[in-house]
Design a protein around this ligand. Sequence first.
Ligand code: BDR
Ligand code: CA
Length: 317
Amino acid sequence: MTATPIVIDCDPGIDDAIALLTAFVSTELDIRAITPVCGNQPLERTVRNALTVCELAGRCDIPVHPGCFRPLFREPIHGQFHGRGGLGNAELPEPTKRAERRSAVDFLIEALEAAATGSRLTICCLGPMTNLAVALRMKPAIAAGIERVVMMGGAYREPGNRSLTSEFNVLADPHAAGIVFSSGVPIVALGLDVTHRVMLQPAHVARFGDMSGPIAKTIFDLMAFWDRNDVRRYGSRGGPLHDPLVIAYLLAPQLFRCERARVFVEHESELCMGQTVADWFGKTGGEANVEIATEVDAAVLELILGRLARYDAHVRA
Ligand code: BDR
Ligand code: CA
């Protein structure tokens, strides 16, 4: 089986870091690059965090291309649950690996131009979608090189997490999200409707406390910090595993049920800024442009934890 070529566009972030670690040990995936963006943390920090996670896992072979410093029009907002530096209390190695000189936008344009006549790339969006939106604006023809976008983004029937109506990644750059949604590329959206159903609970986290090796220890530290302790909202202790679901979808799409709809992003009203409004029944007369995940099988959590358990007793390369 040939591995699926992917680019991971992200803003690490605890759950981004867990998603990267899940992808690194999944041989079904061929990670061509990581393209950090301003999101959970300012760009300088998301780049550094991506580099340090690569270093920790011995994946310095993957190029890291720094992305956009700011959202398209709005002031930056940053994540609230990732700790001061974005990776909780985890102690990660000082990266010796350096970021590439070529920006994420230049990389995406060149890689997608090449892919348009070869094997198309899957773009995994785990943060605000500024990088991809700018690349699409500069060279719309690169859409032909995209196999599909699989994003963690939006809240379709579920209320928002960063505001009453809006999910963080879309709210952080609603204009970029609007460009991606209306680009005509195939899109799978994993929003809060499914990520709030996959709770990483203290018992799951404890498993990594019993493992040995520096990577398992870091996974334990990242996960332990992620507990929201908000039973009223989530129905249990723990934290929703947002970004790793994108990797899980690539590995086992049969664990998700998707419904097609046309998606609009609100960027006029301050109250509803970043809301993803889905036309489920063709009311607007437009074609559906997104596969929205509306149900997820609980087995997805064991899939992710099983991949991460491959780091047990793992010694850094
Ligand atoms: C998204 O927001 C970020 O804080 C997480 O990393 C995830 O990508 C969830 O709304
Ligand atoms: Ca993220």
